[in-house]
Design a protein around this ligand. Structure first.
Ligand SMILES: [Zn+2]
Length: 116
């Protein structure tokens, strides 16, 4: 999600402002502010890392990888299912990765590959 990137950039900006003395935090709130900022920043970094590893997982299993692995099932730009040989391939959305589509066999539901 781009929101997390925006959020963590805002937080980094905020931290820089505090560190450079542009923003002053009352001494009694410093611990709280540091804790909350660190927590939110840590969480967004974790989710960014997760998003990237998920993206590379989808990118690794793309049409080219499928064609390389199963040359008999990718001829003349036509794909067929490696499991049941069907040519009925359906494109389905992925709920938590809307930028990708999963190409699945309409016959046996086997996942062929992902595309962006
Ligand atoms: Zn199939």
């Amino acid at each position: 999600m781009p929101t997390q990137k925006i959020l963590s950039m805002a937080l980094v900006g905020f931290l820089l402002a505090v560190l450079s003395g542009v923003l002053a935090i009352p001494p009694e709130h410093v611990t709280k502010v540091v804790l909350v900022t660190g927590l939110v920043l840590g969480l967004s970094l974790v989710s960014i890392a997760g998003e990237q590893s998920r993206a590379s997982r989808f990118d690794k299993l793309d049409a080219q990888a499928y064609a390389r692995r199963h040359p008999n099932h990718a001829r003349d730009g036509k794909f067929s299912c490696q499991a049941c040989n069907s040519q009925a391939i359906q494109e389905r959305g992925i709920l938590d990765a809307p930028e990708y589509k999963a190409l699945m066999c309409a016959h046996c539901n086997h996942l062929l590959f992902y595309k962006r």
